[in-house]
Write a protein that binds this ligand. Structure first.
Ligand code: 6LW
Length: 490
C-alpha cells in the first residue's frame, strides 16, 4: 500500500480520513504521516519530528533511532507514541493537525519498545508495549507484552506494570495494539520475529488489562513456510475502512530469487482485508499483491524540500540551499562521503523493484552525485567532479570503481535498478544496480558499473530500513537540477 522503506505501520481513522505512521530509524525528519480517504492512495502530509531535540536520532547507531510508532486520536488531539531507542526512550507527541507541527514530546519512563495507546471510558490512558531489556547484561531479553497506565500530560507512570498475554509462544512478542470492539477488549500482537517467521495473533478479554484469552485460530496471518510473493508479514494494526469493511495494515517484504531471495526495498507497508466472525474473533486474509501502474515523478529541486525528503541523522533542510543559484539546489560538502555517519545527503525512498533516477549535476567546484544506500557501509554511487564521472560500489571491506572523462560543465547522472530474467533453478539475484551518465555526444546513457543488488537488501544488510537514494556532496559546492524518477514493479 505504501511501497519502499515503511515498516511498522500504524493507522487511525478520524471521520472519513485515515492517517498512517511508520518507523524511520536513523533518518530525519522522523515518522512520516501519510493521509488517505480510500485506504488505497496515500499522500505524505508531514512528519512528527521536524525540529532539533524531538528525538535522539542525530547520534543514533544504524538501525536504532525511531522504532514502531502508534498513531491514535482522542477529543480532537492526535497522538503518536514511539520508542526513540538511542535517545529519549518512550515518547508521546501530540498535534491538533496531523500535518504538524507536533509537540516537543513527553517521555514515559518504561523499559520496552512498540508502545500502544488506548483509553477506557473513564479516560484512563493505557500504554501497552513489548517488554525488552534495553541495557545491562540481559540487553535484548524479551519479557513479553506489558502494560502501564500513564498521565499523558506529564508522562508519569501511574501504578505498577502488568504482564499481559504474550502471544502463542513465537519468539519476540511485540507490536501490541489494544482495541475495544463489541463487548470485548482485543490485544493484537506480532510474534515470530520480523523476518520469515513473522505473524499476527490476537487475544480478547473483558477489560483493557485482561485477563486475555488466546484466539483458537492464531496466527491470524503469516507468510511463514509459504511461497507467497509478500513475506515477513506481521506487525499489524486494525482499522475500519471507508466502506465499513475492516482492514489490517502490516509490514511485509517482496523478496526476489528462486532458491534464496533478497528484498531490495526493505520492509514496506501492506494492507489486507479482515472481518469479525459471528463468535467475536477476527479473521485476516493473507496478503496479496495487486498490480500497480508504472510510476514517475520529477522534482525540479528549485524550492525547499517537501516532507518526503529524508537525510541520515540530519534533516534535508539543514543542508538544502536554493539561494546561490536560482533554479538549482546547492549542497556544500563537509569532506566526507556516503560512508559518513552524517553525510551531506538528501534522499527519498526507493519504491519500485525496477526504477531509474536521473539528475543534472554541476560539479565544476566540488565533488558529488547520486547515491543509493542501505547504511554507511553499503552504498552505490555515481559521482561527478570537474570533467570526470566515477561509479562506485561500496560493501564492507570492498570497493569497486570505474571512471570516465566527460566534458567540463553539467552532466546528467543515472542510477537505476533492473531485474534480470531468471537464470534457472539456482537463481538468487534480487536485481542489478547500474550507475552511469548520459553521454553528451548522443544523449544516451553510458553504464560505468553494474553491480549485484543483493548487497543492498534487507537480508544482506541485516537492516530494519530499506533503500534510500538521493543527492550528495563530498567536498566543495555541487549544484543539482531536475531529479527524475521512474519506477515499475516488473
Ligand atoms: C520493531 C519491532 C520489530 O520495533 O522491529 O517488526 C522493530 N519487528 O516490532 C523495528 O522495526
Amino acid at each position: 500500500m505504501i511501497p519502499g522503506f515503511n515498516p511498522d505501520p500504524s493507522v487511525v481513522r478520524v471521520g472519513d480520513d485515515f492517517y498512517l505512521a511508520t518507523s524511520t530509524f536513523e533518518y530525519l525528519p522522523g515518522i512520516p504521516i501519510y493521509h488517505s480517504t480510500d485506504m488505497e492512495n496515500w499522500t505524505q502530509i508531514g512528519n512528527v519530528a521536524t525540529r532539533d531535540g524531538q528525538l535522539g536520532v542525530p547520534d543514533a547507531p544504524t538501525n536504532l533511532g525511531v522504532w514502531a510508532p502508534t498513531i491514535r486520536h482522542r477529543d480532537g488531539v492526535f497522538y503518536v507514541i514511539v520508542t526513540d531507542t538511542a535517545g529519549r526512550g518512550t515518547c508521546v507527541f501530540t498535534a491538533s493537525d496531523p500535518a504538524g507541527p507536533w509537540s516537543d514530546g513527553v517521555v514515559i519512563d518504561l523499559e520496552g519498545i512498540d508502545p500502544d495507546l488506548a483509553w477506557d471510558d473513564a479516560g484512563t490512558a493505557y500504554v501497552t508495549y513489548s517488554g525488552l531489556v534495553l541495557s545491562g547484561p540481559d540487553i535484548g531479553a524479551h519479557r513479553g507484552i506489558e502494560q502501564v497506565t500513564v498521565d499523558l500530560d506529564t508522562g508519569a507512570v501511574l501504578g505498577a506494570k502488568r504482564s499481559l498475554w504474550s502471544g502463542d509462544g513465537g519468539m519476540f512478542p511485540e507490536a501490541p495494539h489494544l482495541y475495544r470492539h463489541g463487548g470485548f477488549w482485543y490485544l493484537l500482537v506480532a510474534e515470530g520475529g520480523t523476518e520469515r517467521g513473522h505473524s499476527v495473533s490476537i487475544a480478547r478479554g473483558g477489560a483493557p488489562d485482561g485477563p486475555f484469552t488466546s484466539c483458537p485460530s492464531n496466527p491470524l496471518v503469516t507468510a511463514r513456510g509459504t511461497a507467497r510473493p509478500v513475506q515477513c508479514t506481521g506487525h499489524g494494526d486494525l482499522v475500519e475502512g471507508p466502506d465499513g469493511r475492516w482492514v489490517v495494515v502490516l509490514l511485509g517484504t517482496r523478496p526476489r530469487g528462486m532458491v534464496r531471495s533478497f528484498s531490495a526495498l526493505g520492509r514496506e507497508t501492506f494492507a489486507t482485508p479482515a472481518r469479525w466472525t459471528s463468535d467475536g474473533w477476527l479473521e485476516i486474509d493473507p496478503v496479496e499483491l495487486s498490480p500497480r501502474a508504472a510510476f514517475g515523478w520529477e522534482a525540479p529541486l528549485d524550492a525547499a524540500p517537501g516532507p518526503e525528503w529524508i537525510g541520515v541523522r540530519r534533516r534535508p533542510d539543514q543542508v538544502w540551499d536554493n539561494s546561490p543559484r536560482p533554479g538549482w539546489l546547492t549542497l556544500r560538502g563537509q569532506d566526507e562521503g556516503m560512508g559518513a555517519l552524517r553525510p551531506v545527503f538528501v534522499g527519498r525512498r526507493q519504491q519500485h523493484q525496477t526504477c531509474e533516477a536521473r539528475v543534472v549535476v554541476d560539479a565544476a567546484v566540488g565533488v558529488g552525485g547520486l547515491a543509493v544506500r542501505y547504511d554507511e557501509g553499503l552504498h552505490y554511487e555515481v559521482e561527478a567532479s570537474d570533467g570526470v564521472v566515477t561509479a562506485r560500489a561500496v560493501i564492507p571491506g570492498f570497493t569497486r570503481e570505474a571512471s570516465a572523462r566527460v566534458p567540463s560543465g553539467a552532466v546528467e547522472l543515472v542510477l537505476g535498478s533492473r531485474v534480470p530474467p531468471a537464470e534457472g533453478l539456482g537463481h538468487v539475484s534480487s536485481d542489478l544496480v547500474y550507475l552511469g551518465y548520459v553521454s553528451p555526444d548522443d544523449g544516451q546513457p553510458r553504464v560505468l558499473l553494474e553491480v549485484d543488488g543483493r548487497y543492498l537488501s534487507n537480508e544482506t544488510a541485516g537492516s530494519f530500513t530499506g533503500r534510500v537514494f538521493g543527492l550528495y556532496t563530498v567536498s566543495g559546492r555541487v549544484d543539482f537540477q531536475r531529479l527524475k524518477y521512474t519506477g515499475s514493479n516488473q
